[in-house]
Structure formats: structure tokens, C-alpha cells
Design a binder for this molecule. Structure first.
Ligand code: 9WO
Length: 268
């Protein structure tokens, strides 16, 4: 799997991609990354890549030509690297929301190469997007300072789906979301923290009981925080039984809605 990112901040992308699971996977050759700076494809001495918007308004707009040349270079590099097929994706709040299903689809195209366009300023000349972009993807309904962080999030999510990248524990967590359930709570040493004990079942060594407890906790947390994920979900007999227990037992503190602390007012 190969990703090439068109960005005016290549160092940012290369540095961020070098950490953690995805960085180690890259070191093991499980995927590769290239960056292409539109400034390197300018012809003026100021290396101009933006200009004022037609029609007026604040800020600057990224010019089409330098990005188009950077895209051509990225696609040529993917061809030379033997990539089976290249898809150009623009990270934008106006794109289609990225979902687990779409991530899995992107990861399944093993021989694929993706060229990700990361905008800055007020955006990119629409003519570049219309001529060169195959797909626009949003990682959420919000605006950040540039397309680089959304591109890195997409890369991270896709790379985690590649064979050999995750260990068993993380794969299980990913599968949990793939099965439409939120992850169960996790605990580690010490057994008592701030006066709160680890649930006894997790100390019991009874793997069947532990598996059942974790499934019930996932169901309870999903029901409490993302009930829409359960709507229309095909429940196993065990899941139906556990949900009935959850409904009988009432809200489980461990499933509480995601903690949202009100801003603390200092007492002193
Ligand atoms: C900014 C914007 C604001 C309101 C409605 C649509 C919008 N599109 C953009 C945009 O594409 N901006 C460019 C890329 C330049 C400024 C920073 N950019 C950006 C991309 N901000 N936020 C994103 C983004 C990308 C994917 N998912 C969420 C946010």
C-alpha cells in the first residue's frame, strides 16, 4: 500500500507518520509514504502557490497549477513503484464522512496507491478539484487548519487494517468496532486505583466469564453512548440475552455516557 501526500508541509506529514504502530509498519515495509510540495513545482522566485480569491473575500486560495504538477509527479512515482492503480483523494469538510466501512474498502485494495491532497489557506481552486480529484473525504463535521491531520488520520485508520500491522489485542478492538460495538472498558495495575477496584471477573482467570463480561460491557456502553449502532443490528442469541440483562439491571456505571466534565471552578 502506498500513500503520497500533496502538502506544503511535507516535514509535518513525514514526522507524524513515523510514530507508533504505523511508523513501525512502515519500517517493516508494510506500506510506504511519499510527500510532494506544490512549492517545488512553481516557476517564480517567490515559489508562489496561493493568490487572492476572485470575487473578493478574506484569505488566499491555493492555485491549481502547482498542485496539478505535484499530483502528476506523485502519480508518476506510484506508477514507477509498480502501484496497481492510483486514486486521488481531497481531504475536505465538504467530503463524504469517513466511516469504518470506507476505511476497510480502502485497505482492501492492497495493490492500490492513494494520492491525498491536503489543502491550506481558504482552500483549493475549484478547477483543480473538478479536474483531478476522484473522491473527497471528511473525517468529521468540523474545520481544522489544513488537510494534513485529516490525511494522517485516514492513513492511520487504513494502515491499521493491513495484515500484520496490529497485534491480536488491537485487532480484537478493531473487530469490535467492525462488528458495530464500542470497545469494552480496559484495566491494568494496580488492582485498586483511587479506591476503585478492578472488576473481580477480570482477576478470576475464567476466560469464558471474562469474554462474556467484555461482550456485555461493550453492549452496555454501545447502548448508553451510541444506541443508533444497535438499531437494525443482527443480534446473536447471546447478545440478545445480555441486552435483556442490561435492561433489567438498569444503567451500568461502566457504560455511563462518555464523561463530559463541566469546567471546574476553583474553590480556593
Ligand atoms: C474549509 C471549509 C469551511 C467550511 C466549509 C467547507 C470548507 N472546506 C474547507 C477546506 O477545504 N479548507 C482547506 C483544507 C483549506 C483550509 C484547511 N483545510 C481543511 C480541511 N480544514 N479542515 C479540513 C478537513 C478535512 C477533512 N475532514 C475535516 C476537515
Amino acid at each position: 500500500m502506498r500513500f503520497d501526500v500533496v502538502t506544503i508541509f511535507p516535514e509535518f506529514v513525514l514526522h507524524a507518520a513515523a510514530f507508533g504502530v504505523t511508523g513501525r509498519a512502515r519500517d517493516r515495509g508494510l506500506w510506504s509514504l511519499g510527500t510532494w510540495n506544490p512549492r517545488d513545482f512553481t516557476t517564480d522566485s517567490y515559489r508562489t502557490i496561493d493568490d487572492r480569491p476572485y470575487g473578493g473575500g478574506p484569505g488566499m486560495v491555493m492555485m491549481a497549477e502547482p498542485i496539478a504538477k505535484a499530483l502528476a509527479a506523485a502519480r508518476a512515482a506510484q506508477r514507477d513503484a509498480g502501484v496497481g492503480g492510483t486514486r486521488t483523494i481531497h481531504l475536505s469538510p465538504t467530503g463524504r464522512p469517513l466511516t469504518h466501512r470506507r476505511v476497510a474498502e480502502l485497505a482492501a485494495a492492497r495493490e492500490a496507491g492513494y494520492v491525498l491532497v491536503a489543502g491550506r489557506y481558504e482552500g483549493i481552486d475549484e478547477r483543480l478539484i473538478a479536474r483531478e480529484v476522484d473522491e473527497e473525504i471528511a473525517i468529521g463535521d468540523f474545520v481544522v487548519s489544513g488537510g494534513e491531520l485529516p490525511a494522517l488520520m485516514m492513513i492511520d485508520a487504513v494502515v491499521r487494517h493491513l495484515p500484520g500491522v496490529l497485534n491480536d489485542a488491537s485487532s480484537a478492538e478493531q473487530e469490535s468496532f467492525a462488528e458495530g460495538l464500542l470497545d469494552c472498558p480496559h484495566y491494568t495495575r494496580p488492582e485498586v486505583y483511587a479506591g476503585e477496584r478492578v472488576p473481580d471477573v477480570l482477576l478470576s482467570g475464567h476466560h469464558a466469564d471474562i469474554r462474556r463480561w467484555r461482550l456485555k460491557a461493550s453492549l452496555a456502553r454501545t447502548r448508553a453512548r451510541r444506541p443508533e449502532l444497535l438499531v437494525g443490528r443482527k443480534l446473536t442469541a447471546e447478545e440478545s440475552k445480555l441486552l435483556a440483562e442490561i435492561e433489567r439491571e438498569g444503567p451500568d456505571p461502566g457504560a455511563r455516557a462518555a464523561p463530559v466534565r463541566e469546567r471546574c471552578t476553583r474553590t480556593e
